[in-house]
Design a protein around this ligand. Structure first.
Ligand code: GDP
Length: 302
């Protein structure tokens, strides 16, 4: 239901075009596939992914000797799900340790919804019975610490902070010590997202990560890159940049509710080989879902 609601914009544009397509054609021919290709590209699925998907569809249509365009629709759903699940990537589930401290590091550029997602995730984990602590590691952007504190209050979790402009690695260090002494289950770390000085930002992230690695063996258990679905191919290039600098373990795609181009989820999964672990489907505390390919594809066509 959540997916259905959150994907309504994408569904309205994408599913309607597909419905219209299968209604117009009498047989499944080259022209049919060309039109389908255009529809997929207009939903931001990404050219490489579209090509692969069309190839998969053609093979399947031939194998099953499908003549009726309407019958292709079910095959599209099937192959979309397959695109999310047929590779050997790690699962879309968050890597939460059954015992001991789990450290989750959030990265991403300003404005993508990083703070909001941290708040939402804290809420979700707390509801699952976990104890959570937040670390205000974005010491650069004015107001970032306060914004995280607002979320902390809303959700009912503490925030470890220093003053604006201080060393993020020191904040994270303190937060880890606090998490250990309070025997907290999960520490979620915010980081800066300024892109004006990319080299410095990447160095800063590297330092933060080193502190986490040193203080908590096996951590960070997740490095989650937050991307804004409404920015389309821009999100793809951000993913590539961060991917080069840090070992991203999963992607959070926000604002899926605000775009008709939800196909970007497919492009990310398929082209970046990084699992989409969480999706943001609105601005409220509850609007964060674990990514489920079948639910997602169902949400596209339902
Ligand atoms: P940050 O700079 O990356 O920390 O971004 P913020 O968390 O401040 O979010 C930027 C804006 O995006 C805010 O207005 C949020 O309410 C909004 N936002 C975040 N996630 C979502 C989402 O999933 N859907 C919608 N519609 N808005 C979102």
């Amino acid at each position: 239901e959540k997916f259905k609601e959150g994907l309504s914009k994408t569904r309205n544009s994408f599913a309607e075009k597909v419905n219209d397509l299968v209604a117009r054609y009498r047989k499944v021919d080259e022209e049919f596939f060309e039109e389908l290709e255009e529809i997929l590209i207009s939903a931001d699925v990404g050219v490489t992914t579209v090509m692969d998907l069309i190839d998969m569809l053609k093979t399947e249509v031939k194998k099953r000797n499908i003549q009726d365009p309407k019958a292709v629709q079910a095959v599209i759903s099937e192959k979309l799900v397959e695109l999310f699940t047929n590779d050997d990537q790690t699962t879309a589930k968050l890597n939460i340790q059954p015992d001991g401290l789990t450290v989750i590091l959030f990265v991403g550029v300003n404005g993508v919804g990083k703070t909001t997602t941290i708040g939402k995730l804290a809420h979700k984990l707390k509801n699952e019975g976990k104890t959570v602590l937040l670390a205000a590691g974005d010491t650069f952007r004015a107001g970032a610490i306060e914004q995280l504190e607002v979320w902390g209050e809303r959700v009912g979790v503490d925030v470890i902070k220093h003053s604006e402009g201080s060393d993020p690695a020191a904040v994270i260090y303190d937060a880890i010590q606090a998490a250990k002494s309070r025997k907290v289950d999960i520490l979620i770390c915010d980081t800066a997202g300024r892109l004006q000085n990319k080299v410095n930002l990447m160095k800063e992230l590297e330092k933060v990560k080193r502190v986490i690695e040193r203080e908590v063996p096996g951590a960070p258990h997740e490095v989650l890159l937050v991307l804004d679905a409404t920015t389309g191919q821009n999100a793809m290039s951000q993913a590539k940049q961060f991917g080069e600098a840090t070992n991203v373990t999963g992607i959070v795609l926000t604002k899926l509710d605000g775009t008709a181009k939800g196909g970007i989820v497919l492009a990310i999964r398929h082209e970046l080989k990084t699992p989409v672990k969480l999706v943001g489907l609105g601005e409220k505390m509850e609007d964060l879902e674990e990514f489920d390919p079948e639910q997602f594809v169902y949400g596209l066509f339902a």
